[in-house]
Ligand binder design. Sequence first.
Ligand code: G3P
Ligand code: MG
Length: 243
Amino acid sequence: MKIWPYPRVIAHRCGGALAPENTLAGLTIAAQLGCRGVEFDVMLSAEGSPWLIHDETLERTSNGTGRVCDSPDATLAALDAGAWHHPAFAGERLPTLLQALATCQALGLAANIEIKPAAAFEAETGRVVSRFVRDFYVDMPEYPLLSSFSEDALRAARLEAPLQPLALLVDEIPPDWQDRCAQLGVIAVHTNSTFLSAEDARAIKAAGYALAVYTEDDPLRAAELFGWGVDSVITDRPDRVRA
Ligand code: G3P
Ligand code: MG
């Protein structure tokens, strides 16, 4: 199994709240702020190509309409994914996974790719993203981390790439977390910072797993979480948490 560096501060959805989410502009801003890691969401188009977007539908974060899984690549490529956030970002495009990984590499950012399947596309999305990553990073020493709330997606990702580092995403730590982690072969647990207890954090670390929390924007709470052994904080305010 490969490892992943677990930078202390990971910008959420590329650049957190400081840029339109899941865009190349966000990656640039994260790097400018001194972040060494970024998290972003990946979903499949109608052709089954991987694109960076969080929602199953286009309306909130672009000028498009309808479902991502029904949208052809050519439609997604033409959308404006920046103006909704601020006019200064008008013209920003939805990135493909290829564009995002190339940009992370150019900027020296460790990538946490969240597999974000549309309903009924769990295994397919895990398979496509894992295969894509495996082929992109062939012969490279560094590797991204794949995470998902979908255990079907993680299982499919594992079948494509036996050495791929994976993380289980949960809202709250389930009582059977250790069994689930062992069965999935993940290296880490990523959980909601709001619900994490010191006891669970210490147990996860004592069992040898990496531990990341999302989405924590309060530097004092982040300091407390680091004190419990948390490796990384995924944040919408990398400027504040880094400070
Ligand atoms: O990967 C951590 C976090 O991004 C999970 O929640 O909804 O922001 O993708 P969400
Ligand atoms: Mg995410």
